[in-house]
Design a protein around this ligand. Structure first.
Ligand code: NAP
Length: 198
């Protein structure tokens, strides 16, 4: 996800700094993204620029947040994560708070849930489209400044941002991802199960 979205944002003229627990992997990922991207440590990446994309396997997020400490407090954090337990495709968060809420509580960041509904292959399309139409990207968040930043980053992909509610609605996006992934795994095109309501 970091490579896919990072490449889009570099293409749109943004600077990107990739952080990872393994410095060599961050260097490789930044090289894959191309000129405009560089590598750093986790804390450096967390503090860089106007927004931080948190693209970590759910089981590693507590560790990563522990390493970046309070750097994220008050910053815009984009949470694209899904905590999915296989093979049943259930939510790792169970009936508790969403991943996004946990990140917000742990960091004090202005968290915006976004980009969690589509596979990385979709985010590599220029522009991402469904049946020739621009992709709509639902976002959930509470902070107007953070939402404005993320809306701009979605515009930069050639997608259409759609505010789907406050951060309390992020769990709906996470459950939707589990539903869609579950259909995909059983060989069903999720779009065939999400018809227009009009
Ligand atoms: N790929 C998709 O199509 C897609 C779509 C929507 C949402 N997402 C979500 O986006 C997030 C990133 O997915 P991805 O596909 O980009 O995954 P990825 O390429 O496998 O990257 C996951 C990252 O998490 C790190 N990580 C894993 N376990 C860790 C731990 N215990 N401590 C610290 N770091 C750890 C990995 O570091 P190492 O390399 O050092 O292990 C790696 O940098 C996930 O939450 C996923 O559910 C993915």
């Amino acid at each position: 996800m970091a490579g896919a979205l990072g490449a889009q944002w570099v293409r749109a003229g943004h600077e990107v700094l990739v952080g990872a627990r393994d410095r060599d992997k961050a260097v490789r990922r930044a090289a894959d993204i191309g000129p405009g991207a560089r590598a750093g440590g986790l804390r450096e990446a967390a503090a860089f620029g106007e927004a931080t994309l948190l693209a970590v396997a759910y089981e590693g997020v507590a560790d990563v947040l522990g390493q970046v400490g309070d750097v994220l407090r008050g910053r815009t954090v984009i949470d694209c994560m899904n905590g999915i337990v296989h093979p049943d495709v259930t939510l790792a968060t169970g009936t508790g708070p969403s991943v996004a809420r946990r990140v917000a509580d742990a960091t004090g960041a202005h968290v915006v849930k976004a980009f969690n509904l589509c596979p990385d292959a979709m985010w590599r399309m220029t522009p991402p489209q469904v049946d020739g139409r621009p992709l709509t990207v639902p976002v959930c968040g509470d902070d107007s400044g953070a939402l404005a930043t993320v809306r701009t980053l979605i515009d930069d992909l050639g997608c259409v941002p759609a505010v789907a509610g406050g951060l309390d609605r992020a769990g709906v996006l996470e459950a939707t991802a589990a539903y869609v992934i579950g259909l995909h795994i059983t060989g069903i095109d999720p779009r065939s199960a999400l018809p227009s309501l009009s």
